[in-house]
Design a protein around this ligand. Structure first.
Ligand SMILES: Cc1cc2c(cc1C)N(C[C@H](O)[C@H](O)[C@H](O)COP(=O)(O)O)c1[nH]c(=O)[nH]c(=O)c1N2
Length: 241
């Protein structure tokens, strides 16, 4: 059995051989969490998320991969009701602008969607990326400078999955202007804002993505997304989604 203990520099690496693989139950659990994770909008309960649960979730985020092991993330944990109300007002302004940018025939469905739980969730988390944590570039970033942002997105996904495993819902809100978040939470200009998350226990979780259940979009067939050896060389199925 592989040990999960982190390697110390003088320790032998973890055994990744098939014989040391995770048990069937462990594999089933991770796929179940991946498939059961949902974006949660307004189904939040007011119950507080205990600190130990929150720390486990943030520790999962902190164990995400990062370019050059840069770990560029910070997590602004937001409980203050006044600040959350200010973030909600910023959401409302951005939402109106987004609605106007949509094709007219999609606007009424857009209006009917719940797209955030900023005030209802007991907790919000703003995940940021310090783009110069270990200098302007670094290992793996010279040619692809945005890999620091991508690393932070990996942390968000770890957070999201760990929260699901803990029975805690997470909703990502990107319908808000960067400048508004920066002002409300006093985020310096050299720090990038990657994600604004609503976090809390939930009354119920959708089985399907809510946007699928409400016919905004549907999941594309995986086989349409897999190419072989070059862009567009082989589309296994050409069925429309
Ligand atoms: C970067 C990013 C940004 C956003 C989202 C996601 C991601 C990855 N999603 C959630 C998104 O709609 C959702 O993930 C998909 O609809 C798929 O549903 P599940 O996450 O599988 O439930 C999202 N949802 C929402 O209601 N308001 C929002 O502003 C956003 N913004």
């Amino acid at each position: 059995m592989a040990t999960d203990a982190p390697n110390k520099p003088d320790e032998k690496p973890a055994d990744l051989s098939p014989a040391a693989a995770f048990s069937e139950a462990e594999r089933a659990a991770i796929y179940r969490v991946i498939h059961a994770r949902r974006d949660v909008r307004d189904e939040f309960l007011p119950d507080d998320v205990p600190r130990d649960v929150l720390l486990r979730i943030l520790d999962a985020a902190h164990h995400a991969p990062s370019v050059g092991f840069m770990q560029p993330w910070n997590f602004i944990v937001i409980r203050d009701a006044k600040k959350r109300r200010a973030a909600y007002a910023a959401f409302q302004r951005a939402c109106e602008a987004e609605e106007q940018a949509l094709e007219p025939e999609r606007r009424s469905l857009y209006r009917s969607l719940k797209l955030q739980g900023i005030v209802k969730a007991p907790l919000n988390i703003c995940v940021t990326c310090d783009r110069a944590r270990f200098g302007a570039t670094g290992l793996g970033r010279t040619q692809q400078p945005d890999t620091d942002i991508l690393s932070t997105a990996c942390a968000v996904q770890n957070l999201w999955l760990a929260a699901r495993a803990e029975g805690v819902g997470v909703g990502w809100v990107s319908i808000v202007r960067d400048a508004d978040l920066r002002q409300i939470f006093q985020i310096p200009k050299e720090i990038a804002i990657v994600a604004y998350l609503c976090v809390g226990y939930v009354a119920q979780a959708y089985r399907l993505p809510e946007l699928e259940a409400k016919r905004w979009a549907s999941r594309l067939p995986l086989e349409n997304l897999i190419f072989e050896d070059r862009w567009g060389e082989l589309v296994v199925s050409t069925n429309p989604p």
